[in-house]
Design a protein around this ligand. Structure first.
Ligand SMILES: Cc1cc2nc3c(=O)[nH]c(=O)nc-3n(C[C@H](O)[C@H](O)[C@H](O)COP(=O)(O)OP(=O)(O)OC[C@H]3O[C@@H](n4cnc5c(N)ncnc54)[C@H](O)[C@@H]3O)c2cc1C
Ligand SMILES: Cc1cc2nc3c(=O)[nH]c(=O)nc-3n(C[C@H](O)[C@H](O)[C@H](O)COP(=O)(O)O)c2cc1C
Length: 730
């Protein structure tokens, strides 16, 4: 819901907001320019001083004004010669006619009313309201992602568009909140929606005597020029008329003969508020604030652009759910926890079958769970599992939100996972336990689907149909992922002699057969994943990328699994033969930005992305690689390339461990334990640790690293939560 609230008006109003924001950004520079160009007001100068000087030059002066831009101007009508002149506040001398530049007038009009009068002003007010909503919902979304309001300043991880949107968004948020709130206040004033100021100017009687020299009038020479807003001169033809002097404090009437203050009307609270709001909105008289607001506004088009990219990606990634009735009207709610979207496909099949059987069905992401979902009579949860039993992307917030909501629908939970992971469907199990604990009646016991098996899904549908009292046939045909064709350009085989064949495979895009032009690789970074669909199977297997698009090849290290479909297929591939592949970004597994040290740890094929990180380290940041194989003679992957990287200082140190070499038999965790003091020092300096390879190796490494970091008052969960310990294990 929050995401929808943030996304829809964001897209719809992007253009209008960009116009308002950019024109606002241009105007925001004005206070700083004014400060540089407009003469400063001397601290000691009084209103009487300058009024006397101006009256001496212009007998027909009617008013003197200190404008919002800091310039002092005088309006006069000297018997036929009339105009508005800029005044030097130090001497009262004329500085030429006063005029607002046409450009500034145009930009101001664009900013306030899109050049469209009152209709435009209404549009600008709606824009300010939308900006307020976007800033607030954006901050809440970011807080939700980073783990709460107190975590708002944590490093943001994700795709480049996610990072740019988040980083710029939180930088601009304070400025945009201020601009939109003050803009709304000013719009309310323009449309008379604020309580009117009551005109309370009292009737006074002037002394009627001959006007005294202006410089001697007490009512004027006790007021500092810098406090002036406007001084209106008395009509020379009317002996009962008086000076009207307006300052931030209010309006005073001053006798032209005696200089006495005849009346003082203090500024109302509303007038003072209006002054403050104007300063906060325009930065007039506060040029640093002006520039800050301008900078925040200038980010709006970038935020709009990156927001659009994120929205389009999310839309493209999810299958369309037809006949999705509102949650309140549904008899059955389906909530989906997915990361790679395949579970959405299953949810789509289930939704369709239930609708065909006459149900009113609502399907949504688990993150969006609300009271309306839990008020439905029946709740079906389809949830995948990632990592060590963790929630997938679209379900990260489910358990914490569930705890705050009422409702006890009858539930059935179906887990999607892979038996080869140690925590098979663990997240779905946690969800089922949480629903049990709140007393939700069970429609069915929790079931698990291994490797997206359509048969297991169909069986669950059959059981559900029995409970619902009608047939429910779930025939799910997985939508094949959109793949690109790649061609094997080269291969190197290692480890055969020690019974652990690992191939380094390099792929390129096929040459266009018509033009002969080289094909283009998709965009990826080292550490991302390539999904490869083996012939004869619908389920993709993932491999960690050892190269980035800039290297001109897509490179992976593949360990041959006995009886394994995809690894056998890849090992049998000959140069020139092709595969169907797609990229899955893996932004969590990347070296952190900056020049801090990196500790890379891996074994076997896990060296792939680590070698890619070293290769990309042209800047020579300190990188220490720990890697374990079986035998230096047989499976030392990247041996020559790593020697070259050491010489070029892309790699600072390399520690290898070979488990089958009689003279130095050791595992990578042994090297870590032996190097504890050195590693501790690196962690103390802020090093990030990246681990890649098999699960057993990763567990052994964790055990070896705990005592390394413990004396620093750290542990691996803490390092993990701050992104300083990241894993790509399988
Ligand atoms: C994030 C990630 C990154 C990875 N990176 C790499 C990498 O860089 N290099 C690499 O070599 N591998 C990597 N893998 C592992 C890779 O994706 C494959 O799992 C691996 O290559 C085996 O696939 P396969 O098709 O050869 O084997 P499969 O045919 O999938 O079989 C795998 C094993 O399970 C057994 N098996 C088959 N079907 C079942 C079943 N239904 N239930 C139980 N067991 C079954 C097989 O006999 C075999 O032993 C990564 C995995 C993940 C998730
Ligand atoms: C990186 C990665 C980690 C995974 N971790 C687990 C896991 O810990 N337990 C499990 O049962 N399945 C795990 N899986 C398998 C997925 O849960 C399974 O493929 C699921 O069908 C994916 O659904 P989705 O495409 O909707 O995200 C993992 C898959 C990947 C790619």
């Amino acid at each position: 819901m929050l995401r929808r609230l943030h996304g829809l008006p964001g897209i719809a109003l992007a253009l209008a907001l960009a116009v308002t924001a950019l024109s606002g950004a241009v105007l925001s520079v004005q206070p700083a320019l004014d400060r540089a160009t407009v003469p400063a007001i001397p601290a000691a100068a009084s209103v009487a001083d300058v009024a006397a000087q101006v009256a001496a030059r212009h007998p027909g002066v009617s008013a003197i004004r200190l404008r919002a831009d800091g310039s002092l101007t005088a309006a006069f009508d000297d018997g036929g010669r009339r105009g508005v002149e800029r005044i030097d506040p130090a001497t009262g001398a004329g500085l030429g006619p006063y005029a607002v530049s046409d450009t500034i007038r145009f930009i101001t009009n664009l900013h306030r009313a899109f050049l469209m009068g009152d209709a435009g002003r209404v549009g600008a007010a709606i824009g300010a309201l939308a900006m307020l909503g976007l800033s607030l919902s954006g901050l809440m979304l970011l807080a939700r992602r980073l783990g709460g309001m107190s975590a708002l300043l944590r490093p943001i991880r994700g795709t480049p568009a996610q990072r740019w949107h988040g980083e710029l968004g939180r930088l601009a948020a304070v400025g945009l909140l201020l601009s939109s709130l003050t803009g709304l206040w000013m719009s309310a004033g323009t449309f008379g929606l604020l309580p009117e100021t009551v005109a309370t100017t009292p009737a006074v009687t002037a002394s009627g005597g001959a006007p005294a020299p202006i410089g001697t009038l007490t009512g004027l020479n006790t007021v500092k020029l810098r406090d002036l807003r406007e001084l209106t001169f008395p009509d020379p033809a009317d002996p009962t008329d008086v000076f009207t002097l307006v300052t931030a404090d209010g309006e005073r009437l001053v006798d032209a003969a005696t200089g006495a203050t005849l009346a003082m009307t203090p500024a109302t609270t509303l007038e003072r508020m209006n002054d403050l709001v104007r300063t906060l909105h325009t930065g007039r008289g506060a040029w640093v604030l002006g520039l800050f607001l301008g900078l925040a506004s200038a980010m709006v088009p970038v935020l709009g652009g990156t927001g659009l990219v994120l929205w389009l990606r999310r839309r493209a990634a999810r299958p369309r759910i037809d006949a999705n009735v509102p949650a309140r009207a549904a008899d059955t709610v389906i909530l989906v926890g997915s990361e790679g979207n395949s579970t959405w496909g299953f949810a789509g099949t289930l939704h369709k079958a239930l609708v065909a059987a006459g149900h009113k069905v609502h399907t949504a992401a688990m993150n969006d769970v609300s009271a309306a979902h839990l008020a439905a009579p029946r709740l079906l949860v389809l949830a995948a599992t990632y990592g060590e039993g963790a929630a997938p992307q679209s379900a990260r917030l489910f358990l914490s939100r569930l705890a705050d909501l009422p409702g006890q629908p009858a539930v059935a939970v179906l887990g999607f996972g892979d038996r080869s992971f140690p925590h098979f469907c663990r997240f779905a199990r946690n969800v089922a336990d949480a629903l049990d604990a709140r007393g939700c009646p069970r429609l069915l016991p929790m079931k698990r689907v291994d490797r997206r098996s359509p048969q297991e899904f169909a069986q669950w549908g059959h059981d559900l149909g029995d409970v619902l009292g009608h047939d429910l046939t779930l025939t799910h045909v997985a939508e094949p992922p959109k793949t690109s064709r790649l061609v094997l350009a080269g291969r190197e085989l290692y480890g055969e002699a020690v019974g652990a064949p690992v191939a380094i495979l390099r792929f390129t895009a096929p040459v266009d057969p018509r033009t002969g032009a080289p094909g283009r690789l998709p965009a990826f970074e080292a550490g991302d994943l390539v999904g490869i669909v083996p012939p004869g199977d619908a389920m993709p297997r993932f491999y960690s990328l050892a190269s980035s698009t800039r290297d001109g090849v897509l490179e992976i290290c593949v360990r041959l699994r006995a009886g394994g479909l995809c690894s056998t297929f890849l090992h049998g591939l000959l140069p020139g033969e092709g595969i169907d592949a797609f990229i899955r970004e893996n932004p969590a597994f990347r070296p952190a930005k900056g020049r801090g040290p990196l500790i890379l740890i891996g074994a076997g094929a896990g060296i792939g992305p680590l070698a890619g990180f070293v290769r990309a380290n042209a800047a020579g940041r300190p990188v220490h690689l720990y890697w374990g194989g079986r035998s230096a003679a047989s499976d030392f992957l990247y041996e020559h390339e790593l020697a070259q990287h050491l010489a070029e200082r892309r790699l600072t140190t390399l520690r290898t461990a070979f488990s089958r070499d009689a003279d130095e038999s050791a595992y990578v965790q042994d090297r870590i334990a032996a190097d504890a003091p050195r590693l501790r020092e690196l962690v103390k300096q802020g090093a990030q640790i990246l681990v890649c390879g098999g699960r057993d190796m990763a567990e052994a490494v964790t055990r070896a690293l705990e005592p390394v970091v413990r004396p620093l008052g750290l542990d691996l969960p803490t390092l993990k939560s701050s992104g300083r310990y990241v894993e790509d294990v399988y």
